[in-house]
Design a protein around this ligand. Structure first.
Ligand SMILES: Nc1ncnc2c1ncn2[C@@H]1O[C@H](COP(=O)(O)OP(=O)(O)O)[C@@H](O)[C@H]1O
Ligand SMILES: [Mg+2]
Length: 228
């Protein structure tokens, strides 16, 4: 987060790049919150390209968050790009554009992204470029793949947790949630925790998956059979 924060002091955008479930969206949202909390930016907005998958929808998503009455203004006169641009010029804003891989050209040999349209990507890139010019606007992209020009630089790789961090995190969560009562005591349960961490390769999403599979809230007692 610090690397990205420093980059944004001099650059208009940053790209969090990594595989699915590594923590890109979490980090991007956290960085935006932090920049607003520390008063370097007044506003934050968020658009996800897997849902808002063309320039118009991205503009709508951002407009709804930044411009009071945007919905009715939009109904009267179309996308109202000027309203969004004015809002950006008036108040320093950080915009998160999540899941950019949804609109990128497929990687060679990949069967994904079958719906890819070059014009769609061009429209989104053009919109991002235009929005980034207004006021103090900064863009935080997340993507599994690098972005094309003009956003091909400023990559910050998001990778798996390192093993000691993952062991500490899993131990703490299991201990706090009473899922493994001795987990807070590393001496008692170190091996069991290490086995869990290694089984999922330090993957940030893994803990959430276990929780969902067990239908457990973050800090609930486990069903006995789930322990193994
Ligand atoms: N640093 C972290 N520590 C613990 N859990 C994390 C961390 N970063 C992300 N997570 C969790 O991992 C899951 C996947 O994160 P997400 O940001 O959605 O990944 P991505 O956007 O790369 O697919 C989420 O449930 C999130 O809460
Ligand atoms: Mg994500």
């Amino acid at each position: 987060m610090l690397t990205a924060e420093r980059l944004l002091a001099g650059e208009r955008y940053v790209v969090f790049q990594g595989d699915g479930g590594e923590g890109k969206t979490t980090l991007a949202a956290e960085l935006a919150r932090w920049l607003v909390f520390t008063r370097r930016f007044r506003r934050g907005a968020f658009a996800r390209l897997d849902q808002d998958g063309d320039a118009r929808k991205v503009l709508y998503a951002i407009g709804e968050q930044l411009v009071p009455g945007y919905l009715s203004a939009r109904a009267e006169s179309g996308p109202c790009r000027q309203l969004v641009e004015r809002a950006l010029a008036e108040q320093a804003t950080v915009i998160v554009l999540d899941n950019m891989e949804s609109v990128l050209a497929p990687a060679p040999g990949s069967e994904a992204h079958l719906a890819f349209e070059p014009e769609t990507l061009k429209g989104i890139m053009g919109l991002c470029q235009a929005l980034a010019k207004h006021g103090e606007t900064r863009l935080i992209f997340t993507s599994r793949e690098p972005l094309p020009e003009p956003f091909s630089r400023n990559l910050v790789k998001v990778d798996r947790l390192d093993r000691p961090d993952a062991i500490r995190l899993v131990g703490r969560v299991l201990g706090e949630g009473k899922l493994m009562p001795d987990a807070a005591d590393p001496g008692e349960s170190e091996q069991e925790i290490e086995k869990l961490v290694d089984a999922v390769g330090c993957h940030a999403a893994a803990w959430s998956c276990w929780r969902v599979r067990w239908s457990l809230p973050a800090c609930a007692a486990p069903r006995r059979s789930s322990r193994s």
